[in-house]
Design a protein around this ligand. Structure first.
Ligand SMILES: C[S@@+](CC[C@H](N)C(=O)[O-])C[C@H]1O[C@@H](n2cnc3c(N)ncnc32)[C@H](O)[C@@H]1O
Length: 287
């Protein structure tokens, strides 16, 4: 049946798009880790959604970030079955539904998942689920994405990676983007942020050293094929208005936003300078 957002967004139907938001039984096995993450994001869900979805800059940044991850997918085609794991309020899903016909999503926080806009939600099979207990069959996906999620599950990274590994088909791809701690400048700025901001808590997250993350993936049955620096001024200034609203306020102008995005794109290619990246984009293949 014709549905008007198809026309506006250029979307294709997803066969199982009508999967309701469900809570699998295994989610009931809540432990202190999932409880604290749920509480953290419950508390922030409203301001998070408001700050991100009502402003042009974070949306443009989110698209830029999502596209940088899409570019990593080897042999990308529309028929691939993909999962946006730890999807939050679905910022990246907006991009994924434009590029893939079968898109699924999961996140622990029901409040965030329910904030995914209806036009996107109707295209995606969504589950409220702990990433350590994913409600999908073995080898279900060609590609699993995690954007900015693993550093929240650092206390049980093995539990998360084993489960992600299980749902990717052999030879399938795991694409992730995580904040990284390699540069002293970034570590110092983050430490200041943890001190100053009420929105981020040092005890709730653990940005990785790139080598630490790569080695952990390799230990969990992945072959890391690419590790690219990502995130400079745009990432810091317009990526997270829910965390840094004061920096963001004067930067709503589209021309300024484009300049910042270009700055970040070029920065990731400049020798030495690119090592100041705040994050790393990775492609790993399930062995
Ligand atoms: C920084 S947000 C990133 C959200 C989204 N990927 C994006 O790019 O906007 C981290 C997300 O991880 C989710 N999360 C934290 N712990 C989780 C867990 N154990 N299982 C599933 N999701 C979890 C949170 O609910 C939150 O949505």
């Amino acid at each position: 049946m014709f549905w008007w957002p198809d026309l506006v967004l250029g979307l294709q139907s997803v066969t199982e798009a009508t999967i309701p938001i469900t809570k699998p039984e295994r989610l009931a096995k809540e432990d202190s880790l999932s409880a604290s993450q749920r509480a953290l994001f419950d508390e922030q869900a409203d301001s998070w959604v408001q700050a991100r979805w009502s402003n042009k800059a974070p949306m443009m940044f989110s698209d830029f970030w999502a596209n940088s991850l899409l570019e990593l997918v080897d042999g990308r085609h529309r028929g691939m079955k993909v999962l946006d794991n730890m999807c939050g309020a679905g910022d990246m899903l907006r991009t994924l539904v434009r590029h893939f016909q079968q898109v699924y999503a999961a996140d622990l926080n029901e409040k965030l998942v329910r904030a995914i806009p209806a036009a996107v939600r109707q295209r995606v099979g969504i589950q409220v689920a702990d990433t350590r207990y994913l409600p999908f069959k073995d080898e279900s996906f060609d590609v699993v994405f995690v954007r900015g999620g693993l550093h929240h599950i650092f206390n049980d990274l093995s539990g998360a990676l084993e489960e992600i590994h299980r749902v990717i088909r052999p030879g399938g791809q795991f694409i992730c983007s995580e904040p990284r701690s390699d540069s002293l400048l970034i570590r110092t700025a983050r430490a200041a942020l943890y001190n100053w901001s009420t929105k981020v808590h040092a005890g709730e997250e653990h940005p990785f050293f790139q080598q630490e993350l790569v080695a952990t993936l390799e230990r969990h049955g992945f072959a890391v094929e690419l590790a690219l620096p990502f995130g400079y001024l745009a990432y810091t200034l317009i990526g997270f208005p829910n965390i840094l609203p004061c920096l963001f306020a004067p930067l709503g102008n589209e021309f300024v936003i484009r300049l910042l995005l270009r700055f970040d794109r070029i920065s990731s290619k400049v020798p030495l300078w690119r090592n100041l990246a705040t994050a790393v984009n990775l492609r790993a293949r399930r062995r």
